[in-house]
Design a protein around this ligand. Structure first.
Ligand code: 5GP
Ligand code: ZN
Length: 118
């Protein structure tokens, strides 16, 4: 289920503190420690999956639930309503995809512009 050297598994376990946004039996969400936008949280499966590259057919329902949850959490955390507001979902995968933490995560970002990074 979890990888002993993974910081996001440690966050799920509570061994590393985080500002929690949401939790259920399969999913955890918490604020990014270095936000690029007024709202910036990370949505992760509790299951340790290193990246999107490891996603298999048995993960379809889990990923669907994560994506379906994102709009509600975005509004809850202060993103403005669509279409004037909205949010960005980003998933860096692998070194060339810009991934730094090797536990699958969706960045969810929003709030008034400008952001620290476009
Ligand atoms: P990546 O570059 O892998 O897509 O994004 C990793 C994200 O995790 C970065 O935005 C970084 O700020 C965030 N991050 C890294 N370590 C921690 C941590 O210990 N706590 C929290 N809340 N965020 C972290
Ligand atoms: Zn992990």
């Amino acid at each position: 289920m979890s990888a002993s050297n993974c910081i996001f598994c440690k966050i799920v376990a509570g061994a590393i503190p985080s500002r929690k946004v949401y939790e259920d039996e399969e999913i955890f969400a918490f604020h990014d420690i270095h936000p690029w936008a007024p709202v910036h949280f990370l949505l992760i499966p509790k299951l340790h999956l290193a990246s999107m590259a490891q996603v298999a057919p048995e993960h379809q329902a889990l990923l669907g639930r994560m994506l379906a949850l994102a709009p509600r959490l975005a509004l809850q955390e202060g993103c403005n309503p669509y279409p004037e507001g909205g949010f960005r979902i980003l998933c860096n995968t692998g070194a060339e995809g810009g991934q730094e933490v090797q536990h699958l995560h969706f960045h969810v970002m929003g709030g008034p512009r400008p952001w620290l990074r476009a």
